[in-house]
Design a protein around this ligand. Structure first.
Ligand code: GLP
Length: 261
């Protein structure tokens, strides 16, 4: 794992945007895996700004989102499809037909999950997968105890995750407790993984991911097994790590190498 520790959330967003820009420069028709939550919003704003300044293009790219609430129509303001349209897609030069989010309103969710896996494979697999992390170490909606080999499927959210995401729903509004999510096995097949974490509330999950044992208890710890996973953290999210000085030393050394990012 490559651990990058930056001073501020803005620097995390900008580092992430550089990584996306590198990917699209190298392969304009990249298959990108995208995430929701508050963490990627600053990164998305930076990507939008670059597209609008004409220095970046998603015209040939395709995207697959990690997850969706089961039981919300795509037009529901709390659905992840709606979130992606509003926070990213409608501001980019991407063809909306080339953006995929699991179908939260599917008649048969199991069939929809299988079709989603198939579509990712048909597209040639994900080149760069963006991840956030839940406070309990979940990735996508793969909660603790998820099989580390799981594929896209229906998952129950933990009460803690439901509570953490309650802030987006109005009081008394229906909030799903089920989701459709790429599995951990699906995520692990991405060629490169970029996980962003900011803020102190993520510090324990980051510690378990980086320095804890590989365990279904912390789904993100599977990234220890990925050949190209980068964790970009602000100081607060890195605050519970034991070996900060070592990670910074490695990064400094890496900076000296050409094409290091
Ligand atoms: C949700 C999403 C995850 C995301 C997590 C953290 O549970 N399914 O993909 O990483 O929230 O969100 P935030 O960035 O808002 O802390």
């Amino acid at each position: 794992m490559k651990i990058v520790i930056l001073d501020t959330p803005e620097q995390v967003a900008s580092y992430g945007a550089d990584r996306f820009a590198d990917q699209l420069r190298h392969k304009p028709g990249s298959i990108l895996g995208l995430a929701t939550g508050s963490t990627p919003i600053a990164l998305y704003e930076e990507l939008i700004s670059r597209v609008q300044r004409g220095v970046l293009s998603f015209a040939l790219a395709s995207t697959f989102n990690l997850d969706e609430y089961l039981g919300l129509e795509s037009t529901h303001p709390q659905s992840y499809r709606y979130f992606m349209n509003e926070h990213l897609f409608r501001h980019l030069d991407i063809d909306l037909a080339n953006t995929a989010v699991p179908d939260g309103a599917a008649r048969d969710p199991m069939v929809a999950c299988e079709a989603y896996e198939h579509a990712i494979q048909q597209a040639g697999g994900i080149d760069l997968q963006l991840l956030g992390i839940g406070r309990n170490g979940h990735i996508g909606f793969n909660e603790p105890s998820s099989s580390l080999a799981s594929r896209t499927r229906v998952k129950t959210l933990t009460p803690d995750t439901v509570k953490a995401n309650q802030r987006f729903f109005d009081e008394g509004e229906f909030q799903p407790h089920l989701s459709l999510t790429m599995g951990i096995g699906t995520i692990m097949e991405a060629r490169h993984i970029l996980l962003l974490a900011t803020g102190e509330s993520k510090a324990m999950a980051v510690r378990a991911t980086v320095e804890g044992p590989l365990a279904a208890r912390c789904p993100a710890s599977i990234l220890q097994m990925h050949p190209s996973a980068t964790l970009v953290l602000d100081r607060a999210a890195a605050s519970q790590l034991d070996d900060v000085a070592f990670y910074q030393y490695i990064e400094q050394e890496n900076q000296r190498l050409p094409g290091s990012r």
